[in-house]
Design a protein around this ligand. Structure first.
Ligand code: SAH
Ligand code: SF4
Length: 401
């Protein structure tokens, strides 16, 4: 498997930038239209031999059917001549990633294990709240960055997801929530966070193209104000993210000293804290109405002292950042080297940051029982058998019991 062109072993520890590669071909030779822009659909139709004028019209209709109506087959596209449906179906597909497994947490959080057409597993999570619903989308299979508290960083194989696989997650969530056609009001899926598996700024082009499709008003129509991209601090890509995507920015800071951040977010050895905060200050579109979120995972005796909290306030002030801080209780996984800070410690930390004039809510962990919480996403190339999963579930139940 190591030799397959679209797989990459983790090349290094600090800054192993994934190489862009061609979209893996489908086994049936068809081209998937999900993930393509209007122009790309038009180009694909022309390349397949359709006359240019017709291709222009059809690409608009296809775009609308796919992204606004959620069509999954050509037969339902009533304004496209029936006689043309077989021609399209022979050459093109309108697919979603395959669902391997869907789980529901006791708190209503849902997790899907998805599989790409070339057999790679990745996950997406939906977190319902009273007045909104947030879809946590993956950008890569695995992650090359190895943050020490994150389970995704321990995955061996990594591949960038394609725009189709990224948009496909949103389409699939809409399917399962029954939210077609796309409409601005009354949706359950209101927000998107690029906080699933992977570092979105290491798959910049695909994430940008996918989010542009998601934001298009005639398609999935999610406003950029309701989309947040989270980065562990890929400084050179942050300005472009602001200019070319323009969504809200979240930054995984997690520590305020070089020593600790080097240990828990190894990318810090390449792009240090000061450099990162300067890039935040320059982030286009950041202002008091649209603040930058700093994520801070609470690790017992590692980054959770009063002094750390004061330093966090000092740094945010120094760079005059319109910021809020999300305190994330560490979500444990088997073999992790850290523990979560105590609730009292987290409260004390939060109070200091609040007193410094910066909002610092403590995030309630969601979906922990199905390993859907931040940093718990991990799939294995050798999937456990159904029987083994059932056995593990029984054991877990017994242990809780
Ligand atoms: N790669 C991106 C986005 C995905 S992670 C990033 O790192 O920002 C989403 C958030 O969950 C990040 O802030 C990440 O640091 C945090 N996280 C990772 N592992 C965690 C864990 N075990 N417990 C709590 N938060 C975790
Ligand atoms: Fe990758 Fe983010 Fe996990 Fe770090 S926290 S390993 S960047 S997914």
């Amino acid at each position: 498997m190591q030799t397959a062109p679209n797989l990459m072993p983790i090349p290094g520890h600090v800054d192993p930038v994934p190489v862009p590669r061609a979209t893996p071909a489908r086994a049936d030779g068809k081209m998937d239209l999900v993930g393509l822009t209007r122009d790309q659909i038009r180009g694909a139709l022309e390349a397949a031999g359709m006359e240019p004028k017709q291709a222009k019209l059809r690409s608009k209709q296809l775009w609308h059917w796919i992204y606004n109506r959620g069509a999954t087959s050509f037969e339902t596209m009533t304004d496209i001549a029936k006689a043309q449906h077989p021609w399209l179906a022979e050459r093109f597909a309108v697919d979603r990633p395959a669902v391997v497994e869907a789980q529901v947490s006791s708190d209503g959080t849902r997790k899907w294990l998805l599989r790409s057409t070339d057999g790679h597993d990745f996950e997406m999570v939906f977190i319902p709240d009273a007045d909104r619903g947030t879809l946590c989308v993956s950008s890569q299979v695995g992650c090359t960055l190895n943050c020490r508290f994150c389970h995704t960083g321990t995955m061996k194989l990594v591949r960038n997801l394609t725009p189709g696989e990224i948009v496909g997650q949103v389409m699939l969530a809409r399917d399962s929530l029954g939210e077609w056609p796309s409409q601005p009001e009354g949706r359950m899926l209101t927000n998107i966070v690029m906080m699933g598996m992977g570092e979105p700024l290491y798959n910049f082009d695909a994430v940008r193209d996918a989010l542009r499709i998601v934001m298009d008003g005639d398609g999935l129509a999610l406003s950029k104000r309701r989309i947040t991209l989270s980065t562990s601090g890929v400084v050179p890509m942050m300005a472009r993210a602001g200019e070319e995507i323009g969504v809200n920015l979240a930054v995984s800071l997690h520590a305020v000293t070089k020593e600790v951040r080097d240990e828990i977010v190894p990318l810090n050895k390449k792009y240090g804290i000061e450099e990162l905060l300067a890039a935040c200050a320059a982030y286009p579109g950041a202002n008091n109405a649209r603040r930058i979120t700093f994520e801070y995972v609470m690790l017992k005796d590692k980054n959770d002292s009063d002094a750390d909290a004061h330093e966090l306030v000092r740094l945010i002030r120094k760079y005059k950042l319109p910021a809020k801080v999300n305190l994330i209780p560490f979500n444990p996984w088997e073999g992790a080297a850290y523990e979560c800070s105590t609730p009292e410690r987290i409260r004390a930390f939060s109070n200091i940051v609040f007193e410094g004039g910066i909002s610092a809510p403590v995030r309630t962990p969601r979906g922990r029982d199905i390993d859907a919480a931040c940093g718990q996403l991990k799939t294995s190339a050798e999937k456990r058998s159904r029987a083994e999963l059932d056995r593990l579930a029984e054991e877990k139940q017994a242990a809780l019991g």
